[in-house]
Design a protein around this ligand. Sequence first.
Ligand code: NAI
Length: 230
Amino acid sequence: MIENYNKIEIKIIMGDDCMAKNHKDISMAVIRRLPKYHRYLKELLDREVYRISSKELSLMMGFTASQIRQDLNNFGGFGQQGYGYNVEELYKEIQKILGLTTNYNTVIIGSGNLGQAIANYTNFQRFGFKLMALFDTNPKLIGMKIRDVPIFDIDELQEFIDENKIDIGIICTPKEFAQDIANKLTKAGVSAIWNFAPIDLKVPEDVIIENVHLSDSLFILSYLLSNQEE
Ligand code: NAI
């Protein structure tokens, strides 16, 4: 009896537009693990693997099987006893939760080494992040193009954002200028900032900031290396 009830529930949960409980209820700890699920599931799909158990996924990803079951339970009934997970459904749902089914327009501020490296990385575009322009103060860079995307004078930022719907500002300037850039971006109406400058930026409450510090990861590596040597 209970078995049948579960089957009915799974069918209902797996209906097209009722995959998950409200995505806003999912904890940030789980959300931070989703890109890794997304990456592994994509790899499985590329290898034409359409079904996987939590145990197999756990061996691949280095999470425990129970962690995987707990995480994936958050957003729908993709796992069935004896069947495992439907890789494609799960991949699509995680894409949806991560907002990767939407397209975003981005600009890069600071077109030096890092700004150009990000601009040259074409993979972001594949996931819907379209680079519309770069900005800088250096006259030698202004007027150049990176992959056909122009570098403009920073003084043109406001006008450019007024004319183009920009969702994400990517800050790649030295840290002394980063707060001023964040102010300019938010004043112009950009509501999400991907910040690479090593500084904690102050922004209005409704603006989202995601900081990236490669050095954090490098220092963890250094810690592990120095402890291994001991
Ligand atoms: P870079 O010196 O090659 O490039 C910085 C660019 O910003 C230059 O082209 C400069 O003309 C421009 N710039 C300066 N003031 C500006 C302003 N007010 N408006 C617009 N553009 C302006 O430096 P790099 O190596 O590209 O580093 C950029 C930033 O990224 C630095 O803050 C650095 O600390 C940070 N960084 C962060 C990493 C991370 O993991 N988060 C990794 C590497 C760098």
